[in-house]
Design a protein around this ligand. Structure first.
Ligand SMILES: Nc1nc2c(ncn2[C@@H]2O[C@H](COP(=O)(O)OP(=O)(O)OP(=O)(O)O)[C@@H](O)[C@H]2O)c(=O)[nH]1
Ligand SMILES: [Mg+2]
Length: 286
């Protein structure tokens, strides 16, 4: 089955105007690639080789590969140079959480590319929607999303993916809006307190929820990869966050900010064939 990254690429063109898209696989664990990629980290380093040569498990192997890529960033830059003139870049990163919360290698790779190639990137953090069905897991997903946002310091979109499957995991305690908008976590704390297994963590849960509330940064979009409207809405949001939508607009700063504050659909189709006046792209973390 194809991955989310592949499918986003496939449906992007008919929905939101044709653009040349190049997918760059930077996930060394993507052994059987279900999409065509312009650049593949496997041509630089193979996870299986790293694991056997250095007696590492899959997690340690992935960290090693990312460190190696950081040290050999010139390799990636050279491969990207022919694409950056007129391609929208879609980077597929591994979903291993410590790469985006603890280690600096992925962040350094991204920052070097941004600086050297003048890229404008948005991070798309994909979280499986079924985590909403368990309040404890949902709090973990909120914390992970917040840590990743603070760690990467990029325009950032958190996404509840596979939203079409959410009902298969049981009833949600609250409406979906509650989980996407992250409005009042005291309801969630109250709900968790009803469970005797989590009652003893009441104070911890409250403190963690307070951290999320205090930052006020996390919310979620949703994605059903088989629903074109759902994919289209997400692509529009990404286009706005990395500046792609603004690339042909020649206006005053006031007009520009009006557009920025306007609903997503604002005049989107006035510019169906946006040239890439500057490079934009997407980093998918999953
Ligand atoms: N029903 C449904 N399936 C999806 C959706 N998005 C992805 N999938 C499927 O879920 C499976 C896993 O895909 P991803 O979640 O993209 O994960 P991955 O990139 O393959 O795996 P990792 O990078 O190792 O996390 C694939 O079979 C996809 O086709 C969705 O919105 N709905
Ligand atoms: Mg993946």
């Amino acid at each position: 089955m194809p991955t989310t990254v592949f499918l986003i690429n496939k449906v992007m063109c008919p929905i939101v105007g044709c653009r040349k898209v190049s997918v760059i696989n930077l996930d060394p664990a993507n052994d059987a690639l279900p999409y065509e990629c312009a650049i593949n980290i496997e041509d630089l380093i193979k996870l299986s080789d790293v694991m056997s040569e250095h007696s590492l498990g899959p997690n340690g192997g992935l960290v090693y590969c990312m460190d190696y890529l950081e040290k050999n960033i010139d390799w990636l830059e050279e491969k990207l140079k022919p694409l950056i003139e007129d391609h929208y870049l879609l980077f597929d990163f591994p979903g291993q959480v410590e790469l985006f919360t603890l280690h600096t290698n992925a962040r350094n790779i991204i920052n070097k590319l941004i600086k050297k190639l003048n890229l404008r990137l948005t991070a798309m953090h994909l979280v499986d929607a079924h985590l909403c069905c368990d309040p404890g897991k949902y709090v973990s997903a909120l914390l992970l999303s917040l840590s990743t946002m603070l760690h990467l310091e990029l325009p950032h979109i958190n996404v509840l993916s596979k939203i079409d499957l959410i009902e298969n995991y049981g009833n949600l305690a609250f409406n979906l809006d509650f989980y996407t908008d992250v409005q009042d976590l005291s309801y969630l704390q109250h709900h968790l307190d009803q469970d005797p297994r989590s009652a003893k963590y009441r104070k911890l849960t409250k403190e963690l929820c307070d951290v999320i509330d205090d930052f006020g940064l996390v919310n979620f979009s949703t994605l059903d990869i088989q629903d074109k409207e759902s994919v289209g809405n997400l692509v529009k949001l990404i286009d706005k966050s990395n500046g792609y939508i603004f690339s042909t607009i020649d206006s005053s700063a006031v007009e520009f900010s009006k557009i920025a504050a306007a609903p997503l659909d604002w005049d989107y189709y006035r510019y169906p064939l946006l040239p890439l006046l500057y490079m934009a792209g997407l980093i998918a973390i999953q």
